[in-house]
Design a protein around this ligand. Structure first.
Ligand SMILES: [Zn+2]
Ligand SMILES: [Zn+2]
Length: 477
């Protein structure tokens, strides 16, 4: 069974081809004029809450959300319960520990690597793991390479690895949710240097405050977070990158002053990269007045000037990539008020549409650049090359149809036939409709969570099919 898309455009060469995908049901043919074939979207910043908080999200629901959002590969953050630090779980009564121990694994990394086996499920998207920088992610003591080094490619003895270990390696380190504390930073950097991992830094530290400090926080009567709380960590870590040569990736950068510091560090040639998230380019702290705690996050939504600076930093290349910081919470938790409600929103299932609306429809970047920001650059950060669509077309397409005299028939496309191609294991693709206008409806999300301020938003740009390993993992076709 197959589905044939006629006249789909390759995202970077603009060649118009026909694409054939394996599919359930009767053979179908679709006029795909105007659709784009691109490497699958990738997100190096997701929270899947598994183990420990699976009432918010699970590996299964999080991966389903990713596939429906056009994502083929994600990096799972370590603020699980227990935290993903590789340490053997000694206390079975500790929160979340029984989920790991009862499945037959003695630490969270092992459990998540073998999640499919443990639960008898086939998770639809690829995922890598991000180890905690501190033990228990508590910020007191650096996590121990003796606990997690064996899961790192090039460090562990890969000849003993299972297929699941190979498929879901530890490729980065973070204490996301909090910045790595000053007191352990040098030891963390030494651990990174010894193992070749890079640091993913949550560059925000404040002891008080719940929303951005300014007219909105005063209007709400909620304690504010000054804008330089982010720059303090960014500047500290830029100095550490200069000193140690360790690659530091800044998460969810949100202020003009941080972008300026990063711009200068990059000009200096330091090993610094950064991301921002859809909400920082689409919303300012004014959104708190409309969406309440659905607009509460950390770092907080900042001023309109910072939002404009975020877009400018995307347009001028200071921002390397877009990540969602997909952070599921229940609506009951979000209803606790500005002080008590947890930070964060989900993002995987509307990120492409929101970013496309603001950035491409807004005239700031091209469709091609948006795919670089959401697919190509995230893949490279995570240490692999995205699927080269044009090379696939070259290698696998049937010859362009020719007439009796050997010349190509005008108006006939080359056919990329994934039902007949050779080794498709590494083929990760997304079919995008860049013109499709749609209304975000959280009730239709595959995520367990509904905490998003974008419900009811009119956006443009929709992922129509997600292909992972040559197979259709999700389809709206
Ligand atoms: Zn964070
Ligand atoms: Zn995060």
């Amino acid at each position: 069974m197959m589905i044939t898309l006629r006249n789909i455009k390759v995202w970077d060469t603009d060649e118009v081809i026909d694409l054939r995908l394996p599919a359930d049901g009767a053979d179908r043919e679709i006029d795909a004029t105007g659709l784009i074939l691109a490497p699958g979207l990738e997100d190096p910043h997701v929270h899947f809450r598994d183990p420990g908080q699976t009432y918010k999200e699970s590996m299964a629901s999080g991966c389903a959300a990713a596939a429906s959002g056009g994502y083929t590969h994600v990096l799972v953050m370590p603020n699980t319960v227990p935290a993903m630090d590789g340490a053997t779980l000694a206390d079975p009564s500790a929160p979340g520990a029984s989920e790991v121990l009862d499945a037959g694994y003695d630490n969270v990394i092992d459990y998540l690597q073998h999640y499919g086996e443990a639960h008898g499920v086939d998770l639809p998207v690829r995922y890598d793991l991000c180890v905690a920088a501190s033990k228990g992610r508590e910020g007191h003591e650096a996590s121990d390479p003796a606990d997690w080094g064996r899961y790192v490619p090039g460090v562990g003895d890969e000849s003993t690895w299972t297929d699941a270990m190979r498929a879901h390696p530890v490729t980065a380190m973070s204490d996301d949710g909090a910045a790595v504390p000053e007191a352990i930073l040098d030891q963390v950097l030494a651990n990174l240097k010894a193992t070749g991992l890079y640091l993913i830094e949550h560059c925000e530290h404040h002891d008080t405050g719940a929303v951005n400090e300014g007219p909105v926080s005063r209007k709400l009567g909620v304690p504010g977070i000054p804008e330089d709380t982010e720059l303090k960590i960014v500047a500290r870590d830029i100095a550490k990158a200069r000193e140690t040569g360790v690659h530091i990736h800044f998460q969810h950068v949100s202020t003009a002053i941080s972008f300026e510091a990063i711009r200068q560090a990059k000009a200096e040639g330091l090993p610094i990269t950064c991301e921002t998230a859809p909400h920082y380019l689409a919303l300012s702290d004014e959104a708190l007045l409309e969406y309440g705690t659905l607009a509460k996050m950390n770092p907080p939504l900042r001023s309109e000037a910072d939002r404009q600076a975020t877009i400018a930093a995307i347009a001028d290349g200071t921002v390397d990539l877009l990540a969602t910081d997909h952070a599921p919470h229940t609506l009951e938790e979000k209803a606790l008020g500005f002080l008590e409600a947890p930070n964060g929103i989900i993002g995987l299932e509307c990120a492409y549409g929101v970013c496309h609306k603001v950035l491409v429809d807004g005239g700031h970047i091209s469709d091609r650049r948006l795919i670089e920001l959401m697919a190509v650059e995230p893949a490279r950060l995570m240490g692999h090359e995205p699927t080269d669509v044009a090379a696939l077309v070259e290698a696998w397409s049937e010859p362009a149809p020719t007439g009796a005299d050997g010349t190509r028939e005008p108006g006939r496309n080359r056919m990329l036939d994934l039902t007949r191609a050779g080794d498709v294991d590494g083929v990760d693709l997304v079919v995008l409709d860049t013109a499709r206008a749609w209304t975000v409806d959280p009730e239709r999300f595959h995520s367990k969570a509904r905490n998003t301020p974008f419900g009811g938003w009119q956006v443009t740009g929709m992922p129509l099919a997600t292909v992972i390993g040559g197979k259709v993992a999700f389809s709206r076709l």
